[in-house]
Design a protein around this ligand. Structure first.
Ligand code: G3P
Length: 216
């Protein structure tokens, strides 16, 4: 399973990239706004670090024709940008037009399997089911991921499933068990993948015991 970071924070991206396990980045307007930096400068920097791995930015236009123009502007920043398009009637037409123009898309804000099927048929390279937000309203987000993975497998649909809105390691592990293509995690959830209290205790014990070893 590929690992993306769901952040626009340069330090967090560099930190995970240094581990050699970073396959891409996803952002959205909320994430970008947190960094309090000009959009272009920030995205340019992220693309530079990640290139040629994908960096996802959200399309804001609410008109399919304008989406293509907006995407072409973004692609002047870097050719590894992927366009996130919000699910819906306009978004599906946008994905179709962007795909026809040779632009890579990620259909975002996906909350049902029917939405995922349509996104794939419209040409989306990626679909992003938001599991945490479904859990928040008492639906089981990971059940949706299971459905989408099964459907895409049944029909040999090439669209990759990005498990998004991940909140904790169980989402991540379940995504891997289900065969999802990608998990995108905010840095806070990513940290929880490698931290373990028994590892910390073990490290401390070894450090203490090392001091007890006669040095000569
Ligand atoms: O990638 C989608 C993600 O940014 C949404 O996450 O935590 O705002 O539900 P969240």
């Amino acid at each position: 399973m590929k690992i993306f970071l769901d952040t626009a924070n340069i330090d967090a991206i560099k930190e995970v990239d240094a581990m050699g396990i970073l396959d891409g980045v996803t952002t959205n307007p909320t994430i970008i706004s947190r960094e309090k930096r000009p959009f272009r400068e920030l995205v340019e920097k992220i693309c530079e670090i990640l290139h040629p791995r994908p960096v996802n930015v959200e399309i804001i236009s609410e008109n399919p024709k304008e989406m293509v123009a907006e995407a072409k502007e973004y692609l002047k920043i870097s050719d590894n940008l992927v366009m996130k398009v919000a699910m819906g009637k306009i978004g599906l037409e946008g994905v179709k037009r962007l795909t026809d123009a040779g632009i890579t898309t990620n259909m975002t804000l996906v909350f049902s399997a029917s939405q995922a099927i349509l996104a794939s048929k419209a040409g989306a390279r990626y679909v992003s089911p938001f599991v945490g937000r479904l859990d928040d309203i008492s639906s089981v987000g990971m059940e949706l991921v299971g459905q989408i993975v099964d459907i895409f497998y049944n029909y040999d649909m090439k669209t990759e499933v990005i498990v998004a809105s991940i909140r904790h390691p169980l989402h991540f592990v379940e995504a891997a068990l289900m065969g999802a293509d990608i998990a995108t995690l905010p840095p806070t959830a990513f940290e929880k993948l490698y931290k373990h209290p028994l590892t910390e205790i073990g490290i401390e014990r070894f450090k203490e015991d090392y001091k007890k070893i006669p040095k000569s």
